[in-house]
Design a protein around this ligand. Structure first.
Ligand SMILES: [Zn+2]
Length: 314
């Protein structure tokens, strides 16, 4: 028995129709020509596949981006937002496009800006997580009980994916992939092979400066090699805007080059015998110095690459 819903009366989603040339390549909503009141927003990227964008906390505005896939056997969500009210917004946006229940939530990034709203997901959803991220969340919860927000803790029955796991949900095959340690060490991606769509979460930051607080710089570069080698038609970033397919491929490549550039600059300074504190002030990131978060994330990136070069990164 299927109920008919008055979908025609609902504002469902915008679509990505702008041509590749007309899109301003930036994570900044104002430079992009958008208004702050345009967010949060739902974008239909393919039949039954959507992204949801809401702003990250802080003065510098850029989006945290989630993906959801609707099937006649329920909905899979890749990543949440950073607070319970914001993830509630995501859950409500899903309810506007489908009456299907949320079945799976993939924790692609274990960071709070993607998990601290998880209490807003319905009880009984199955979480999917990499074992390293499970350990990270459990350590954080032990150190600071209630950190998960709204009393949320990773349920004991969470499904662990350490390499790859294929799910069949309705007519959709959904592959959960670990492309290697990148931004968190437990980075999962969600691939829709039939549609050639790859949600990369924080392995791909679209025009946001490489954020390395918990990163593995050299392994992250290898994960980006693997992502590009998959030749998806659409790559979706965990931060920054949802792009059209052709732009998303160019921007993933651009992000890859930014990562290489930042790592190379840190290596150059390290090789020249510059101390890490001096390297932080001397580093020149060129064009990437204009990217969102460069002022706060540049020094963190230099310190992380030095840590790796000095053999202190495990
Ligand atoms: Zn994040």
């Amino acid at each position: 028995m299927r109920f008919m819903f008055p979908v025609a009366t609902l504002t469902v989603a915008v679509s990505i129709s702008a041509s590749a040339q007309s899109v301003v390549r930036t994570a900044d909503p104002i430079k992009r020509g958008l208004k702050l009141t345009d967010f949060p927003r739902t974008i239909k990227v393919a039949d039954n596949v959507y992204t949801y964008e809401d702003f990250h906390a802080g003065d510098e505005k850029f989006t945290t981006t989630n993906m959801f896939v609707v099937t006649d056997q329920g909905v899979l969500v890749a990543d949440g937002q950073g607070s319970v009210p914001e993830t509630k917004g995501l859950v409500e946006a899903i309810a506007k496009v489908t009456a299907q229940p949320i079945k799976y939530v993939v924790i692609c990034s274990d960071h709070g800006d993607h998990t601290a709203g998880n209490a807003a997901f319905p009880a009984g959803v199955t979480y999917i997580i990499h074992p390293a991220s499970k350990a990270t969340l459990e350590r954080a919860e032990a150190a600071r009980p209630g950190r998960g927000g709204g009393g949320w803790k990773l349920p004991a029955d969470a499904m662990l994916v350490s390499d790859r796991q294929s799910l069949k949900l309705g007519a959709e095959t959904i592959d959960i992939l670990f492309l290697g340690r990148a931004h968190t060490g437990g980075d999962l991606s969600v691939s829709l092979p039939r549609r050639k769509i790859l949600f990369l979460s924080e392995t791909f930051l679209n025009r946001v400066f490489p954020a390395m607080r918990s990163a593995y710089p050299t392994e992250w570069l290898k994960a980006l090699d693997r992502a590009e080698a998959m030749q998806a038609d659409l790559y979706i970033a965990g931060h920054g805007f949802t792009e059209s397919g052709p732009v998303s491929k160019e921007e993933l490549h651009e992000y890859h080059k930014a990562m290489e550039g930042v790592v190379a600059e840190a290596r150059r300074l390290h090789k020249a015998g510059v101390s890490v504190d001096d390297a932080v002030t001397q580093a020149n990131f060129g064009q990437y110095g204009d990217w969102t978060l460069s002022k706060s994330q540049g020094p963190i990136a230099i310190r992380k690459v030095y840590e790796e070069l000095n053999g202190h990164l495990k």
